[in-house]
Design a binder for this molecule. Structure first.
Ligand SMILES: *Cc1c(COP(=O)(O)O)cnc(C)c1O
Length: 377
């Protein structure tokens, strides 16, 4: 493993957090139970949703959002190509076809509501908005579009925990929102996810499908409430376990402070990059909204060689990444007619993600900025 002076992302747990997890292991009850219920309650309150359904991953939350939201075989789902593989894979796994639409622009790397509207056809059943980098993008316009056309808006809010548009949290603007607690996300449990919705029927189906479609769960039977179960419909094993749910409640408590740290670092990058012509911030928190700053992507001048730039940063001990290779150009998701999305392709060619995590120090940030300046000379 490379010893980065500044890794792309990093996590840190307090002794009390580790003790809480250990106590759940000592309790002897590991599978979905009271800690999951408490995490769901706290999460729903945090984002301002009526229902929160804890699941095994962000991917599971996306898949259940689609399936419980009524997306199935023969349907089409409009989504950006600039996203993680899971956003499109779950559309296929629901039996539907992903239809990729353009970004708003090279300096606004989120799904354009105008492009999404143009991509709607007779088979379209849903639109997925991705809070790229933690920016909610055009979520509000997309919800209006979805309502006007009788579609579901699903928010892939894997980057967006804590992001807001006015008073609304990212993930609660659409009909359903999916969050991820993967190891590098703003709230990190290793693996885990959450589906949020205000729709009681969507929540009921998501809960049912999360645990094999059974009419009662093991915790209810353990407490002696239920003698047996019926299988209502074939489901999945998408449950979150108790130790991670207990940690989740604690990390949710410090999320505002962690996100504040990310926000200050993002402001620090923006200030430093204002003095460097060839590298510009790729996202900017638009007025009236709050970005969750899951990652810090930048745009390189078109005639800079990205591989060389990244190599020079790596040699200085700075880890970088690229979010993302556009999905419409990958083997799994390319269409036979070789779709072209010029804005997405231009953005994806020029972007680099810089290190960002809540406890990154000012010294680490200076090191990154210094390495960028030197890489350009
Ligand atoms: C992380 C991520 C996912 C998947 O979440 P997992 O918890 O890893 O399954 C989906 N979409 C985006 C945009 C992500 O960043």
């Amino acid at each position: 493993m490379h010893d980065w002076l500044v890794p792309l992302s990093d996590v840190r747990f307090t002794a009390a957090e580790v003790d809480t997890v250990a106590a759940v292991y000592r309790s002897g009850w590991l599978s979905q139970g009271p800690n999951v219920a408490e995490f769901e309650r706290a999460f729903a309150a945090f984002v301002g949703a009526t229902h929160a359904v804890a699941v095994a991953s962000g991917t599971a939350a996306l898949h259940l959002s689609l399936v419980a939201g009524g997306v199935g075989p023969g349907d089409e789902v409009v989504l950006p190509s600039l996203t993680f593989a899971a956003t499109a894979a779950t559309v296929l796994q629901a039996g539907a076809r992903p239809v990729f639409a353009e970004l708003r622009g090279p300096d606004r790397p989120w799904l354009s509501s105008a492009a999404a509207e143009a991509a709607i056809g007779p088979g379209t059943r849903a639109i997925i908005n991705v809070a790229y980098g933690g920016h909610p993008g055009e979520a509000t316009a997309l919800r209006e579009l979805a309502d006007a056309r009788g579609l579901k808006l699903i928010e892939d809010a894997a980057h967006g925990l804590g992001a807001r548009v006015g008073e609304r949290s990212a993930g609660t603007i659409g009909h359903a929102g999916a969050f991820s607690f993967f190891a590098n996300k703003n709230l990190h449990l290793g693996e885990g996810g959450m589906l949020v919705t205000d729709d009681p029927e969507l929540a009921r189906r998501a809960r049912l499908l999360r645990s094999h479609g059974l009419s009662s769960d093991t915790w209810a039977r353990h407490r002696g409430g239920e003698a047996g179960y019926d299988v209502i419909e074939p489901g999945f094993n998408y449950r979150l376990d108790e130790p991670r749910a207990a940690l989740g409640s604690l990390l949710l408590g410090r999320l505002p402070e962690d996100n504040r740290g990310r926000e200050l670092l993002a402001a620090g990058y923006a200030e430093a990059l204002a003095r460097i012509d060839a590298v510009t911030p790729a996202i900017d928190a638009s007025p009236g909204m709050r970005c969750a700053w899951h990652i810090y992507p930048v745009l390189l001048d078109p005639d800079l060689d990205r591989a060389t730039f990244r190599d020079r940063l790596a040699a200085a001990g700075v880890q970088t990444s690229v979010h993302y290779p556009p999905l419409h150009l990958t083997t799994a998701f390319a269409q036979p007619e070789k779709q072209s999305l010029p804005l997405t392709e231009a953005y994806a060619r020029r972007t680099v993600t810089l290190p960002l995590f809540a406890h990154m120090t000012a010294a680490q940030q200076s090191l990154v900025v210094g390495a960028i300046s030197r890489a350009l000379t």
